[in-house]
Write a new protein. Structure first.
Length: 493
């Protein structure tokens, strides 16, 4: 931090009370005071409006929210919109024909297909059914029957597009609003903007399912806090052993001993805070206290023995296997009803460059029942209206086959120009389809929506103005949507 910025920070109310609190009461007393000061203290540190209006850029909510929490189902590897939700029956008449140059328009290719001399059209191998929604029906593939049956609850966006064409920058862009690593993730922005609704659990929790196909790297920075205070980063729960490392105390260590140790560490950190005024010290103490409380809250959270048989049957037999997508969907519901703001489920294995019909069918079989059960479960508990669900990959798939094409086998390459995501609950207009693609699902012809628009719209539903949710870092005000993003009011209920 620049010395001048450090000087002004020393003059803020937040810094004054923070130092005073650590001086007069270490340990839990100091943390409690910091919690009480929370939102008002943030206001004192907030940067001035860059537009020159003199107003403060504050954490939210900025207005009454329609959603209180987010469950983000990220299908890592990019599922094929053509084989799931973007029905193009006329392609059957174009089997193995070259994709017209007028459609491809010289758009960039990945290194995996740039050497192909032909781009043969590959119609979907799956049958589609039309499910009733609030428009004229929604076409959904046979491999997603449970999801299709809930079409009246879903808002399909067929006109998503992104800048990235490869997985690493594509996932990074969807998580952080920027292709370059180092920015805060969506969940971290939400934690910073809305704060915690449960002092005994993290505000942002990550759950991972390994999937069945080609695996892409899954970096912890996808749920990192970037330059935001470290308490806003995601907490990954493990599927094997203890959900969190070192959840149990060592043999011979009593709960009272742990409490005394934390109080002593708090006193030492308070003294260091007086000298260095480093805000990360306060964040570290807060994390120590959170870990102490999680020793009691996490075992109860992950114990499904209090779930009735009807609920377990809804999610299916996989719900009893820790780490499966069904188990993580049930865990997401339990986290949400306990006040966790942002739950992110990663389902790996959607990168089908070859053998797509078999791999995609297996992958969908692993997720379809669980995600449909999650929506149904939330709705019957009265939680869907205030829970915003996003289902998305990092980009879409090409209409042409990568490599050899046969009547029952093909692969698809990466395609950022258009793909389908869906939303449910949390103030989204249910039972609609928004945006359209051309007859090849290659270009958008109606209502294009980019990643920044999606983020801006989701923040709006959470009661936050995306242009005001900012954080000063290295002399600049940063936002999840950077200098972009438009709220798409057409999809709001």
């Amino acid at each position: 931090m620049h010395p001048v910025e450090e000087h002004y920070l020393d003059l803020t109310r937040r810094r004054f009370f923070g130092v005073a609190a650590n001086s007069i009461g270490a340990g839990m007393g100091a943390c409690a005071l910091g919690s009480l000061l929370g939102r008002a203290a943030m206001a004192a540190d907030a940067p001035k409006d860059a537009a020159g209006g003199g107003g403060l850029i504050l954490p939210g909510p900025h207005f009454k929210p329609k959603a209180k929490r987010v469950i983000y189902l990220h299908m890592e590897g990019a599922p094929s919109q053509l084989d799931l939700f973007d029905y193009k029956p006329e392609l059957r008449q174009r089997f193995n024909q070259d994709l017209p140059d007028s459609i491809r328009q010289g758009q960039r290719l990945t290194g995996m297909t740039s050497g192909q001399t032909r781009f043969p059209v590959a119609p979907s191998a799956f049958r589609f059914s039309k499910y009733a929604n609030n428009q004229d029906g929604a076409w959904v593939s046979e491999v997603m029957p449970n999801t299709g049956a809930l079409a009246k609850e879903l808002c399909f966006i067929h006109s998503m597009h992104t800048e990235a064409i490869n997985h690493e920058p594509g996932i990074t862009f969807f998580q952080t609003g920027n292709q370059q690593p180092g920015r805060p993730s969506f969940g971290s922005w939400m934690s910073y903007g809305l704060g915690s609704a449960n002092a005994n659990l993290p505000t942002f929790v990550v759950l991972i399912t390994q999937g069945l196909g080609n695996m892409q790297a899954l970096s912890a920075r996808f749920w990192g806090a970037g330059f935001l205070p470290s308490e806003h980063q995601g907490c990954k729960l493990r599927s094997g052993g203890d959900p969190v490392l070192f959840l149990k105390d060592a043999d011979g260590l009593k709960r009272e001993d742990r409490r005394r140790m934390l109080d002593l560490v708090g006193e030492l950190n308070a003294k260091e805070m007086e000298k260095s005024l480093d805000p990360e010290i306060r964040a570290r103490v807060a994390q120590y206290e959170m870990a102490y409380r999680m020793q009691m809250s996490v075992p109860e959270l992950t114990d499904f023995s209090d779930e009735d048989q009807e609920t377990l049957d809804l999610y299916g037999p996989d719900v009893k296997k820790p780490g499966t997508f069904a188990a993580n969907c049930l865990l997401a519901r339990r986290l949400s009803e306990r006040g966790v703001r942002f739950v992110q489920l990663y389902m790996r294995g959607w990168d089908q460059h070859g053998n797509l019909p078999k791999e995609l069918r297996d992958q969908c079989n692993a997720v379809d029942r669980g995600q449909a059960a999650l929506i149904t479960d939330l709705k019957r508990r009265g939680l869907l209206d205030e829970t915003l669900i996003l289902w998305a990959g990092e980009f879409g798939r090409t209409v042409y086959s990568q490599g050899t094409l046969t009547a029952d086998n093909y692969g698809r390459d990466h395609h950022p120009r258009c793909f389908t995501v869906w939303l449910a609950g949390g103030g989204v207009k249910p039972g609609i389809s928004y945006g359209k693609t051309d007859e090849f699902s290659y270009n958008i012809v109606e209502n294009p929506m980019d990643v920044h628009d999606l983020h801006a719209t989701m923040l709006h539903l959470l009661g936050m103005d995306h242009s005001k949710l900012a954080y000063r870092h290295q002399g600049r005000d940063f936002r999840l949507t950077d200098v972009f993003g438009n709220v798409r009011k057409e999809i709001l209920a």
